[in-house]
Design a protein. Structure first.
Length: 225
């Protein structure tokens, strides 16, 4: 749907979401969600909207889910309709293990059979990947999340300075950055590496290990990642 359509439906979405927030999760999940919310406030990734004015804004729900032994915090941008305004004309290609194997196989074919080198490899994982990138000012102005206070019947309203985990647009925006970073390293620095979301697997001849590591880390430092 268009943003204009969503604006007309926003009040209805918000009403349903506030009613849904009144149906509480178990205490452990709510406490973990609020603890993560406080940590993100301190880091400046989100901000507390103390005006509590929801007119003209889209209010989703922040809640916790269990993933194995961990509790992950989700910002539901579907329930407020925002994800319904996002679509893609193209399909992003992630570099699977098959992509890395094909690249390596091509490189090996260029080596003489009797002189194939010893290889080294490692994976670089971007820390807090989505949180390193800002939301567009237009989205920052209208997107909000309700999050329950533990042991209280009230909820806080938060806004976003960085990409929320749970927005379709966050995935698309981050993958564009991820592929651009891979492109710079591959074509600009000659790094034999692949990009899978925020994981970069780098391969190198053993004698070039230090040089490859330095080139990769210098690129990340120059870009502030």
């Amino acid at each position: 749907m268009s943003m204009e359509t969503l604006k007309k439906l926003g009040k209805s979405f918000n009403s349903k979401n506030f009613a849904s927030l009144s149906k509480r999760q178990e205490t452990e999940l709510e406490e973990a969600t609020w603890k993560e919310t406080q940590a993100e406030l301190e880091k400046g990734w989100i901000f507390l909207d103390e005006e509590n004015v929801t007119e003209g804004k889209f209010v989703g729900k922040r809640f916790g889910i269990r993933q194995g032994p961990k509790i992950r915090v989700i910002d539901d941008c579907t329930c407020c309709g925002l994800n319904l305004t996002v679509g893609l004309h193209e399909k992003f290609k992630l570099h699977s293990v098959g992509f890395l194997a094909a690249m390596l196989g091509c490189a090996m074919k260029l080596c003489p059979a009797e002189g194939r080198p010893t290889l080294k490899g490692r994976t670089y994982d971007l820390r807090s990947a989505y949180k390193q990138f800002a939301v567009h000012p237009d989205d920052r102005a209208v997107l909000r999340m309700g999050v329950n206070f533990p042991d209280s019947d009230k909820c806080a309203i938060i806004g976003f300075n960085s990409l929320p985990f749970g927005a379709v647009g966050s995935v698309a925006g981050f993958l564009r950055v991820s592929q651009a970073l891979w492109y710079l390293g591959y074509f600009g620095l000659g790094l034999l590496w692949s990009a899978f979301y925020d994981d970069y697997t780098l391969l190198s001849r053993a004698e070039l290990e230090r040089s490859s590591s330095w080139a990769c880390e210098a690129l990340l430092d120059l870009l502030g990642l």
